[in-house]
Design a protein. Structure first.
Length: 447
């Protein structure tokens, strides 16, 4: 039997054990807190917040503070970093991400991938990875897949008796596209370009509209066998014959055929979905993300790959999600990163038409495809016009690998401005751009 002293010792030990267990429980109950930064439309904001709520349900020991930054994103992120209050996970622009990776501001996620089979290079579309350090490291992928394509108002085609564009890439030649645009363009008296009395200064409906920033233009240059620069990213090619010819063909849509509005007119026009809805334009070259607004515009919407000059090509682009290196909780940040870039976790944005999925099974498995293709949002021809288009002819934008990308696009935009205004020919403008690009072309992050 134990004496009083022994009983006291046992009681003391039990009390100590109880205190330790209560302390351990308190420590384990203390939540890991993460900050998640993002931009986007009101729909994106809501969907991202829902995604984070589901994440916190799945991982109750993690609390995520959503920080929505609709404008001046990089400036505000930079200020957070400078103040020692960094995000843990968040979106980042294409122009900053790889430079920041090299500087150690964002993490290389390959060590996480080596320990986690749920994320692999094979599980997502191959052109969506942002690689650096000669291709040995990656910050990850886009938040979503996006491509440049053609959207059109089928009602305008029907009334004009014009066949719809082919949904299969490579079946719509440039000349056929120009003929279609001419047939859909009419002035206020109903005359078409080339008809006697056609008034190019008073056009009621344009055949096509396109922006003059880099993404709507580059796929046509590629399709014609041209490029902005060589494969190594060191020599300008924008002033070579194939590139100049493609630029001139686009310019001719505005000033020769009068089937597209000028950049000056475009500044006064509403958004593309409104132009199609109000029948000011029959076709638009736009990003896939435009489906979100187009599907709600109340007209019979069609989709098509871009017309082909020499070879079909599909430009793929998108901004990445990253893990910031200053995070104090890298393992939990990895869980959040993985969740936020997994297609099934943000399905509402895929179904809305704003995003395309990252995971490859949503392009190859019919059952998975049906999880995001939505009647009333994605036109009937969408599978051929977008899914097959990117799978067969997808080519990632230079923003995935080029050094000085923001400076390069700025030089191209400024150098071509007079050309798009009809004040310079393509060769003259391209020669100026080539010279401006030379000091900026310093190679690729992935080589």
């Amino acid at each position: 039997m134990l004496g009083k002293k022994g009983s006291r010792i046992i009681i003391l030990l039990l009390a100590t054990a109880l205190c330790l267990s209560l302390f351990a429980a308190a420590v384990s109950a203390e939540k890991v807190k993460l900050k998640y930064t993002y931009w986007g439309s009101p729909l994106e904001k809501t969907a991202q917040e829902e995604m984070l709520k589901e994440f916190m349900k799945a991982y109750p020991h993690i609390e995520v503070q959503p920080i929505y930054i609709p404008s001046d994103y990089v400036t505000k992120i930079t200020a957070m970093l400078a103040a020692g209050d960094p995000p843990d996970v968040g979106q980042l622009g294409e122009g900053q991400v790889l430079a920041w990776a090299e500087e150690g501001v964002v993490l290389d996620i390959t060590p996480f991938m080596e320990q986690d089979p749920e994320v692999s290079f094979e599980s997502r579309l191959p052109m969506t990875w942002y690689m650096y350090d000669g291709g040995k490291k990656t910050v990850g992928t886009n938040l979503a897949v996006e491509i440049m394509m053609m959207f059109y108002n089928k009602e305008i085609f029907d009334e004009a008796g014009v066949p719809y564009p082919p949904a299969k890439a490579g079946e719509w030649t440039w000349d056929e596209f120009v003929e279609t645009a001419i047939a859909l363009t009419k002035d206020r008296n109903g005359r078409r370009p080339g008809e006697p009395g056609f008034d190019p200064n008073n056009i009621d409906t344009y055949g096509v509209a396109f922006g003059t920033w880099w993404a709507p233009i580059l796929p046509f240059v590629w399709s014609n066998g041209g490029d902005w620069f060589d494969e190594e990213g060191r020599e300008p090619l924008i002033n070579k014959p194939e590139s100049v010819e493609a630029l001139q063909k686009l310019n001719d849509l505005i000033y020769k055929y009068h089937v597209a509005p000028t950049p000056t007119q475009m500044q006064t026009f509403p958004a593309f979905n409104i132009l199609l809805q109000t029948r000011k334009v029959a076709m638009v070259v736009d990003g896939q993300w435009a489906l979100l607004d187009l599907a709600q515009s109340g007209f019979k919407l069609g989709a098509a790959p871009l017309p082909t000059l020499k070879e079909p090509v599909c430009l793929e682009l998108g901004a990445p999600n990253v893990i910031f290196a200053a995070t104090k909780h890298p393992q939990e940040a990895w869980l959040l990163y993985k969740w936020s870039t997994t297609s099934s976790k943000v399905m509402s944005l895929n179904k809305s038409g704003l995003w395309m999925p990252l995971n490859i099974e949503y392009y190859t498995d019919p059952e998975k495809m049906n999880e995001w293709l939505t009647e009333g949002v994605h036109p009937p021809e969408y599978k051929e016009a977008a899914i097959d288009y990117v799978l067969e002819y997808g080519r990632r934008a230079p923003s995935y690998y080029m050094r000085n990308w923001e400076e390069i696009t700025s030089a191209i935009s400024q150098g071509l401005s007079n050309f798009w205004l009809g004040k310079e020919d393509a060769q003259t403008a391209a020669d100026k751009v080539a010279e401006a690009l030379r000091p900026l072309l310093q190679g690729r992050y992935d080589r």
